[in-house]
Design a protein around this ligand. Structure first.
Ligand code: C5P
Length: 493
């Protein structure tokens, strides 16, 4: 299917189209298509359009262009508010901690939530107090901890109802089999269960229990009931249990995953990239020397994963092709795990066509020419084996220089230890990218595996210096820039 792109609409027209689209519950693209249909069938008169826009001399010159597969020039950043991670700022979260060994992870979750500006009140069950102390919870939340349904100080004004209503979200971490069974049956014999029965706010559970308890028909039944009642849950995952020798499904979701689920539930931001698809590579690749050894690098995947999540939050349909990393999958993103550069290339090809392609992975440039079937052995008096290397496919270069089905926006990273801009410009040219995000990865910069990045965005129109930002901030700034790029009307014809 071909498509046309209308670029350079003036801000008044864009605003008018955006308002019209929002009012009718359409994307800008749908709204523009509808307008063309209506114009064509004379359902609307030209006077209904904003004055002097579609046929103003400047727009005439720009014309309605056929969208080509050639490289596109980045536009000025969008005038809309920057896309950022402020979902949790000022939000009230009621955290219910029930009695399981995973309760200690709550302390990390509380810190992450507070870093993002959320206010947290906590209710602990009696059993929870066996695992973490109210003192630690109270110190981290900077609030008193509630635990007694018949507290004289609180219940004079039916405090459990108040607590249940003033939160934006009720969170149960960990959610034990017992507490969930009580919820499923509407029991309310302590403060936690009374709140869960009284609340009219969304509830998110993070179940954690022994695998046998999780599989028990009673728990399965209760979970189904809770889902039918509109209760959300995240996890549990599979893995080792705290009890020695026990493994299986029942391990509570990690704090980062719970955090993402909370953000997704409370996210009411606009979705400016709705209807667009993106493919992103992230992390290192591993190139086998023999069954136990490999060549790789220090890439953590933090930057690529953060971009995938930020794109998802902006409404894009995202496929993340990730090398081996130890960070959790971003929520709501389709993740393809790979090991080698060859596998990464195949996975990217499969994810195409896409509107946006971002190559963040630190792909190994070379792989051993031979991958030994057996472990290469040392032998006395024998010199070390020579490692013969061969070149890996350059995934970005292949996609950037495509003439057919090239994504509308192709972005690469250039990790350099010297002459960052010169090398970045060369890569922009050679790899056929629209933008290169160049950064200094010399060990003293601490970028590889670290949390911060100092980016220079190189495009045909010049170099943009970004300040030192953490990797989430880099992701949001890039997404904001992408929103600006697509802030034009693309119509499939
Ligand atoms: O390794 P190099 O500095 O050339 O990487 C620059 C960009 O190219 C990065 O965006 C990286 O993800 C991409 N790349 C790739 N395939 C390779 C090597 C690099 O996609 N084999």
């Amino acid at each position: 299917m071909a498509s046309i792109t209308i670029r350079k609409l003036d801000s008044k027209t864009k605003q008018w189209l955006r308002m019209r689209a929002a009012k009718n519950g359409h994307s800008m693209e749908e709204e523009a298509r509808l307008l063309f249909d209506q114009l064509q069938s004379n359902e609307i008169s030209r006077q209904a359009l904003p004055a002097g826009n579609f046929d103003s001399p400047s727009n005439k010159a720009a014309g309605v262009k056929q969208k080509t597969n050639s490289k596109s020039t980045p536009k000025a950043p969008s005038k809309t508010a920057p896309f950022s991670s402020e979902v949790l700022a000022g939000k009230n979260i009621l955290l219910i901690i029930s009695g399981g060994i995973a309760a200690y992870k709550c302390l990390i979750l509380i810190r992450r939530l507070r870093e993002r500006g959320a206010r947290i009140k906590t209710v602990m069950t009696r059993a929870a107090e066996q695992f973490v102390t109210p003192m630690s919870v109270s110190a981290l939340t900077a609030e008193r901890v509630y635990s007694d349904l018949f507290d004289r100080d609180d219940e004079h004004d039916v405090g459990h109802i108040r607590l249940s209503r003033e939160a934006d979200l009720v969170l149960v971490v960990p959610a034990t089999a017992n507490l969930m069974a009580k919820m499923a049956h509407g029991l309310a014999d302590d403060l936690a269960s009374a709140i869960l029965l009284a609340t009219n706010e969304p509830v998110l559970l993070a179940p954690a229990m022994n695998p046998m308890m999780w599989q028990h028909p009673a728990t399965v039944r209760n979970m189904r009931t809770l889902a039918d009642d509109g209760i959300y849950s995240i996890g549990p995952g599979a893995g080792e249990m705290a009890e020695s020798g026990e493994a299986g499904t029942g391990r509570m979701a990690e704090p980062e995953e719970i955090l993402q689920a909370i953000e997704a539930m409370l996210d009411q931001r606009p979705k400016p990239l709705k209807g667009l698809s993106a493919v992103i590579t992230s992390g290192p690749t591993r190139e086998a020397i023999d069954p136990v050894r490999y060549l790789s690098n220090h890439s953590s995947g933090k930057q690529g994963h953060a971009i995938a999540l930020a794109l998802r939050e902006a409404g894009a349909d995202v496929t993340l092709v990730s090398g081996p990393v130890s960070i959790p999958n971003p929520l709501g993103v389709s993740v393809v795990r790979v090991e080698t550069a060859e596998e990464m290339k195949q996975a990217v090809d499969q994810a195409l066509p896409a509107d946006i392609a971002i190559f963040v992975a630190a792909v190994a440039d070379w792989r051993p020419a031979a991958n030994a079937d057996e472990k290469i052995k040392k032998a006395k008096g024998k010199s070390p084996p020579a490692l013969k290397l061969m070149e890996n496919p350059d995934i970005l270069k292949g996609i950037g220089n495509r003439t057919k089905s090239r994504p509308a926006l192709v972005v690469g990273f250039a990790a350099e230890t010297q002459d960052v801009i010169t090398h970045g410009k060369t890569k922009l040219e050679k790899k056929g990218a629209d933008w290169i995000l160049a950064n200094d990865v010399s060990p003293e910069a601490g970028v590889m595996g670290g949390d911060f990045n100092t980016i220079r965005l190189i495009s045909e129109s010049g170099v943009e210096d970004w300040p030192k930002l953490n990797k989430q901030q880099v992701a949001y700034r890039l997404v904001d820039k992408i929103v600006g790029f697509f802030d034009e009307v693309v119509i499939e014809v």
